[in-house]
Design a protein around this ligand. Structure first.
Ligand SMILES: NC(=O)c1ccc(NC2CCCC2)nc1
Length: 247
């Protein structure tokens, strides 16, 4: 059963990025996921195809009107009855990898990408199920956040990645930062590859990678480590890392 994304956007062409290449392009081409685009301008009924208007109370910029968005959402809901509606905005729940796993578990999402100063609050209150943010910063549209969510979610779908394991080994998977990566040649002016990775001791390589992930998380994102907690074995590996990295 493919995961279905219906995106409501004034700029559908922006989403070619997802369709044309990479993991998302292949997954969409293979039907692991579906992408449908709905332009609110197609749901206007005036000669000027008006989707925005001036804000009540004054102030700069424009606000997206309720009616075109309501009709676009209703059309998407009719096409995707199992989908929930999510609005991308800085006022939303900030998403992390755990949230992406939750999102990936649902059959489909109708993503509302806003523009201008945002959408009329009555649309959000009446037709939006969830509000999401990809981080605490302001963007000129909800399209890039929508694509960020779709990219993060699609790569979690079974079969989306070449090697099933690579999704699980993604950084921020099981709450740790990623270990360092190396490829040929083994020796270059920038340095050499850690010898453990050259040998064939797969148990040692697995331990080294976990030790590095734990150590880097401890060094760079202690907040993640605190939230995650450590097993006895992980505690030992982290202690080894700290001992080896004391100044
Ligand atoms: N941090 C975010 O996820 C985010 C989402 C939307 C946005 N801008 C949009 C919201 C309505 C008009 C432009 N900026 C930031």
């Amino acid at each position: 059963m493919p995961t279905r994304f219906d995106v409501i956007t004034l700029f559908p062409d922006l989403f070619r990025i997802l369709l044309d290449q990479g993991v998302t392009g292949r997954a969409l081409a293979r039907g692991l996921a579906e992408l449908h685009l709905w332009n609110p301008r197609d749901f206007t009924h005036d000669v000027h195809r008006t989707v925005d208007d001036r804000p009540y109370g004054g102030g700069p910029g424009m606000v997206m009107k309720v009616e075109p968005l309501r009709e676009a959402i209703q059309a998407a809901r009719a096409a995707a009855p199992q989908s929930r509606v999510a609005y991308l905005s800085p006022q939303g729940r900030v998403l992390d990898q755990a949230a992406m796993l939750e999102i990936a578990a649902c059959p489909g999402w109708i993503l509302l990408a806003g523009r201008y100063e945002g959408v009329d609050e009555r649309l959000i209150e009446s037709h939006v199920d969830e509000e999401w943010s990809i981080g605490d910063y302001v963007l000129s549209g909800g399209e890039l956040p929508a694509m960020v969510v779709m990219d993060a979610v699609i790569r979690l779908l079974p079969g989306a990645l070449g090697h099933a394991d690579s999704a699980r080994q993604d950084s921020h998977m099981d709450g740790l930062l990623d270990c360092p990566h190396y490829t040929r040649p083994e020796r270059i002016e920038e340095g050499s590859v850690p010898s453990v990775l050259i040998g064939g001791d797969h148990a040692a390589i697995k331990r080294w990678r976990l030790r590095q992930a734990l150590g880097r998380t401890w060094q760079r994102r202690p907040d993640l480590l605190k939230r995650r907690g450590l097993s006895e074995a992980e505690r030992t590996l982290l202690d080894e890392f700290i001992l080896a990295h004391r100044e």
